[in-house]
Ligand binder design. Structure first.
Ligand SMILES: C[S@@+](CC[C@H](N)C(=O)[O-])C[C@H]1O[C@@H](n2cnc3c(N)ncnc32)[C@H](O)[C@@H]1O
Length: 535
């Protein structure tokens, strides 16, 4: 194997190196970094030349690597400094005091992420801490940027090939506070990006603490895209939500990154996971017919016009098959959908896949809108097509409004909709139940047709809840091949009652509509309210 002084990383897979080669290597005086297939921190080797006596750890490594096999060489060099007055150095254990001083003089990152200034062992930890067991990588670089007076003015910890080949992870990137706003941080990041790209990296990855607004804005402005969040991360005095973000360097789609690093896939929020069971999915047999309904309100334009900005985050409660969620995904930064019905969501996921909408843009999960925790807030929360009316009890309603309070951002708005009953409550109680089937609609489908009827067999008087049964039938030619029935609660609200419901739960109504064609509230067929948190 070639032995050149420009080799700076040597990865040796355990038990795969001929013993003579191993001997030769360990006798070399070049600053080689050795890494054994498992977790041996490479910069540990950078601290010394091989002609010095081995430490205990090195000795252990030497004993493990004897054998035959593969040797991988990486020729990644220290990045050049993109700022002419600075030079780069590799921070080694000898630089611990320099790094510690730098951390102490620039504590902002630690205060924001840990809720406290750097501890006395901060530099030691940055240099010596190993990556979590089982995480693959080729080298952990600690790059220092030093000015002409020899002071450290910035540092970056970059792990190459973390979790997958060509994924480079920026662990820490701190620029001296005095240089904030000068453009140096951008220039240094550009240098790292160029260095990574020149060495074959296809992705840059990092984690940013939610709430560290300066850092969030900075990484977003550089083109990083969130893939998932990790909640409940204990960091110093704080329990943080960390946003995992990636930037493609070779034009790849985020889906490609996620197939390389599946652990970064957006997760089903813990609070939703496994809550409602599939067996209780009352829409299991009817979801297939939902999108055939020609009588849904013409509300898609109304909801898409509510998106406050192309970066906005939206939560759709009871998103069903994605009738509104898909058009929203084209116009906002991120949309999260929740629905009780796995069958409805299966249709929605299919549509998202076919439309090539990545999970970083739209994500749907099984959940109950009366009881969910997503660990984040949204700019807009909606529940189109009368979803609210499916909640029968006051305790469900209280649950929903509690969730709205915790998931609506301070300037965010929420829009809820119910239909306006055509009859007064007394007439409804008296005349609504018919027990006969009423024809609703019929559509042609391949090889036949689907019909929908409703049956009105039960009403609860107070609170006033209708229990219509919807019956879908599919015919192949004239033969009936499927019949599916859905019985749903539709709790009724009159205009004042609906406004009071919102106001009584601590929200301020800011708009009201009577339908999607400009009808006045209390006149048109729908009741639509837009509101904000009062506090
Ligand atoms: C009439 S569909 C509306 C679907 C979609 N919003 C639309 O506009 O096409 C009502 C949806 O609300 C969902 N849903 C009803 N109650 C729910 C609850 N407690 N939690 C989550 N989803 C619920 C149903 O599963 C169904 O998909």
């Amino acid at each position: 194997m070639p032995m050149n002084s420009d080799i700076d990383l040597l990865v040796i897979t355990e038990s795969e190196v001929p013993s003579q080669t191993q001997e030769a290597l360990l006798n070399e005086t070049y600053p080689l970094y050795l890494e054994c297939g498992r977790q041996i921190s490479p910069q540990f080797w950078s601290a010394r030349k091989f002609d010095q006596p081995p430490t205990e750890k090195e000795e252990a490594l030497r004993q493990r690597v004897l054998g035959d096999g593969k040797i991988l060489l990486s020729r990644v060099q220290l990045p050049p400094s993109p700022i002419p007055t600075l030079r780069t150095i590799e921070l080694t254990p000898e630089d611990e005091p320099l790094l510690q001083r730098f951390f102490e003089e620039n504590p902002e990152y630690f205060v924001a992420a840990y809720g406290e200034p750097p501890g006395p062992q901060e530099a030691h930890a940055a240099i010596h801490d190993e990556l979590p067991a089982g995480w693959s990588f080729t080298k952990k670089w600690l790059v220092g940027y030093v000015d002409e007076a020899g002071s450290l003015v910035a540092m970056a910890n970059v792990v190459t090939d973390l979790l997958a080949k060509d994924v480079w992870h920026i662990g820490l990137f701190i620029v001296a506070t005095a240089r904030h706003g000068t453009g140096d941080a951008q220039a240094l990041h550009e240098g790292i990006e160029r260095w990574a790209r020149d060495n074959g990296a296809k992705w840059l990855r990092l984690g940013v603490v939610r709430g560290n607004a300066r850092a969030e804005r900075y990484w977003e402005s550089l083109g990083y895209i969130q893939t998932r969040t990790r909640e409940g991360m204990q960091m110093g005095k704080l329990t943080n939500t960390v946003r995992v973000m990636v930037k493609p360097l070779a034009g790849g789609a985020i889906e490609e990154f996620l197939s390389l690093v599946p652990r970064d896939r957006p997760e089903v929020p813990r609070a939703l996971e496994g809550k409602p069971s599939v067996t209780s999915d009352i829409r299991a047999n009817v979801a297939q017919y939902y999108d055939l309904n020609p009588e849904v309100p013409a509300d898609v334009g109304f909801y898409t016009a509510l998106v406050p900005s192309p970066e906005a985050s939206i939560l759709e409660l009871g998103c069903g098959t994605g009738r509104v969620l898909l058009p929203l995904a084209q116009r906002c930064g991120y949309v999260q959908g929740i629905d009780l019905s796995e069958a409805m969501l299966a249709v929605c996921r299919d549509k998202l896949r076919q439309a090539n909408i990545p999970v970083t843009k739209a994500h749907v999960a099984v959940g109950d809108i009366c009881d969910f925790v997503l660990g984040r807030t949204f700019d807009l929360i909606i529940a189109p097509y009368r979803v609210l009316q499916n909640l029968e009890t006051d305790s469900q309603l209280h649950g929903l409004f509690r969730c709205l309070h915790t998931h609506l951002s301070s300037g965010g708005t929420c829009v809820l909709n119910v239909f306006r009953p055509k009859w007064d409550a007394e007439k409804l109680r008296r005349d609504w139940v018919t027990n006969q089937e009423t024809f609703c609609w019929q559509v042609a489908v391949e090889g036949g047709r689907v019909t929908c009827h409703d049956r009105r067999s039960h009403i609860a008087p107070d609170p006033l809840i209708l229990y219509p049964e919807l019956i879908w039938r599919r015919y192949r030619h004239e033969a009936l091949v499927d019949e599916a029935v859905l019985r749903i609660p539709m709790r009724c609200y009159y205009p004042d009652e609906f406004s009071r419901l919102i106001a009584n739960h601590g929200f301020r109504i800011i708009d009201r509509w009577g339908g999607y064609a400009g009808e006045a509230y209390g006149v048109g067929p729908e009741l639509v309210l837009r509101f904000q948190r009062t506090a």
